[in-house]
Design a protein. Structure first.
Length: 131
């Protein structure tokens, strides 16, 4: 299984310095700061693989190499008839004091806003393909 980035919004570009052209089709490891323990990623993968929402704090490396501390929320979706799973990744950058609500229930709407390039929280859409 491969996870790669397919879309991101302007707020993500502002917070992390990456443009879609920098990340499109890249493996999600490109954002890895190497500061999270292996157990963190095991928990993350087990949670989203079971189609559950994952929430935790993460250190992400920006394009300039700066470490950005965020609260990460990953919401799995299967939008179409294929076996592809899409994941909406919301980054609540702590320094900006932007807060997403814990009770975000309409994640599909947020995903569609991301697809339509509306500014919301720092967001990234990735897809996992079997292979």
């Amino acid at each position: 299984e491969q996870k790669h980035i397919v879309l991101l919004n302007e707020q993500f570009e502002q917070n992390f310095g990456y443009r879609l052209s920098d990340l499109k089709d890249s493996h999600t490891d490109i954002l890895n700061s190497s500061l999270q323990p292996t157990a963190f990623y095991q928990k993350l993968n087990e949670t989203v693989d079971s189609s559950k929402v994952f929430v935790d704090y993460i250190n992400t490396r920006s394009k300039t190499g700066e470490i950005v501390r965020s609260r990460l929320k990953i919401i799995p979706h299967q939008i179409d008839e294929t076996k592809q799973k899409y994941f909406l990744c919301l980054y609540d950058v702590i320094e900006n004091e932007i807060s997403f609500k814990d009770d975000v229930t309409d994640s599909y709407k947020i995903l569609m806003e991301l697809v339509e390039h509306r500014p919301i929280l720092s967001a990234l859409k990735m897809v996992r393909e079997n292979g």
